[in-house]
Design a protein around this ligand. Structure first.
Ligand SMILES: Cc1cc2nc3c(=O)[nH]c(=O)nc-3n(C[C@H](O)[C@H](O)[C@H](O)COP(=O)(O)OP(=O)(O)OC[C@H]3O[C@@H](n4cnc5c(N)ncnc54)[C@H](O)[C@@H]3O)c2cc1C
Length: 270
């Protein structure tokens, strides 16, 4: 049974902002929040339903000024919307594939990009994929807005840099000529390990390991030849769970890095 709660339905970003507080929490698809409430882990006074806030639901390529052209993904964009968007499929095929592979049909139809990042459940496909693409999130609160790289947004399990009075407005992904690829291993509905890799036009490379530790491991290299799967596997801090012990997860990390690198070279690339 869900505990009793009030439902607030703001129609604009400013209404939503003034409605949220420690006790009155943002609510997007509810795929995580309602489970947490049902389990008694969260007991908000009110849910502030973000679905009718137009500023939060858009996907567009926009000129970011000094930041160059960016893909802007509104926080309440669902996984399905991301996977099906023509611009995303064309310019960021890795991202479209990642969104299309999330969980199950219900989670993809209801779950949102903002909810995925803000909940910070460690077994996320989006976090490593977006961190590899050097994406940032835009947060807005009473003091104004700030931009945080996805690579720095997650502080630990279910813990981010977002303050309770801040809303995630959008994710911004720089448009650059990169090659990128993501592979995961799924034993349950959520990934047990996810590896995202991006190679820039000048050869520099970013590797992100997700779902294994409490937060993603982000590593930058001058070239892909510097990536040592065994060294990365030794550096991760796996959280053992029902899908595998620490040693097994370390082994998986090395295997999945090799797979990601091989597939990037053989054509499954962005
Ligand atoms: C069965 C199952 C399988 C899954 N499999 C995968 C998988 O394979 N890969 C993967 O990456 N993920 C997976 N997930 C996670 C899924 O992606 C998330 O549940 C979903 O994206 C969360 O979005 P939501 O809109 O439902 O969030 P909600 O449940 O509405 O909210 C989650 C949290 O984020 C906060 N929040 C929501 N939106 C905002 C905002 N705009 N600003 C500030 N705070 C906000 C809420 O207050 C709450 O704390 C799975 C989940 C389930 C239940």
């Amino acid at each position: 049974m869900l505990p009793a709660f009030a439902l607030i339905r703001p129609r604009s970003l400013s209404e939503a902002l003034s409605a949220i507080s420690d006790d009155d929490v943002p609510y997007s698809g509810g795929t995580e929040l309602l489970l947490a409430m049902r389990a008694g882990l969260q007991r908000p006074r009110a849910l502030v339903d973000l679905k009718a806030v137009p500023e939060l639901r858009r996907i567009a390529l926009l000129d970011g000024g000094a930041e160059g052209t960016e893909l802007r993904i509104g926080a309440t964009t669902t996984h399905d919307e991301l996977a099906r968007d023509a611009v995303v499929r064309d310019s960021f095929p890795m991202l479209a594939r990642v969104a299309a592979g999330v969980g199950n049909a219900r989670v993809r139809a209801q779950g949102t990009v903002g909810g995925n990042l803000c909940f910070a459940e460690p077994r996320s496909d989006l976090v490593p994929a977006l961190a590899a693409l050097d994406a940032s999130v835009v947060l807005i609160g009473p003091g104004g807005s700030r931009r945080v790289p996805v690579a720095e947004f997650i502080l630990g399990m279910y813990w981010t840099v977002r303050e309770p009075d801040e809303l995630m407005v959008e994710v911004r992904v720089p448009v650059r000529p990169v090659r990128a690829h993501y592979v995961n291993l799924r034993i349950t509905e959520r990934p047990s390990v996810g590896v995202a890799i991006r190679v820039d036009a000048d050869g520099r490379c970013r590797l992100v390991i997700g779902s294994v530790g409490e937060q993603p491991l982000v590593l930058d290299y001058d070239g892909i030849h510097e990536v040592d799967p065994d060294a990365v596997s030794a550096a991760v801090e796996p959280v053992p769970d029902l899908t595998g012990a620490e040693d097994y997860k370390r082994h998986l990390v090395a295997v999945m890095i090799r797979r990601a690198m091989a597939e990037l070279e053989t054509g499954k690339k962005q």
